[in-house]
Design a protein around this ligand. Structure first.
Ligand SMILES: [Zn+2]
Length: 90
């Protein structure tokens, strides 16, 4: 039975992919902590810029080599967490 390209069972996820996911989570949390110290206007500006373009890509993240990043991007995720955590701490 042929498997569709790009589709992989979750059980076959490699340890490298798991480590990459964990590293991304750490980066998001560290960025969120950093952003939480910024004025809310800065976080709002980031959230306004890093939005879905309607095709699952971030309008704010364009890289010369890779084009648009998938949305939600790291910046959007971190800004969202920073918003929530700053609300909780008030
Ligand atoms: Zn983005």
């Amino acid at each position: 039975m042929a498997e569709a390209p790009g589709e992989r069972p979750i059980s076959n996820e490699s340890s490298t992919e798991r480590q990459r996911g964990r590293a991304t989570s750490v980066v998001v949390m560290q960025l969120a902590q950093l952003l939480a110290t910024e004025p809310s206007s800065t976080i709002k500006a980031l959230l306004a810029r890093h939005v879905d373009d309607g095709r699952g890509k971030c309008r704010g993240c364009t890289l010369p080599q890779r084009g648009y990043e998938p949305w939600p991007c790291i910046t959007s995720a971190a800004a969202t967490i920073a918003t929530v955590s700053s609300r909780l701490s008030c």
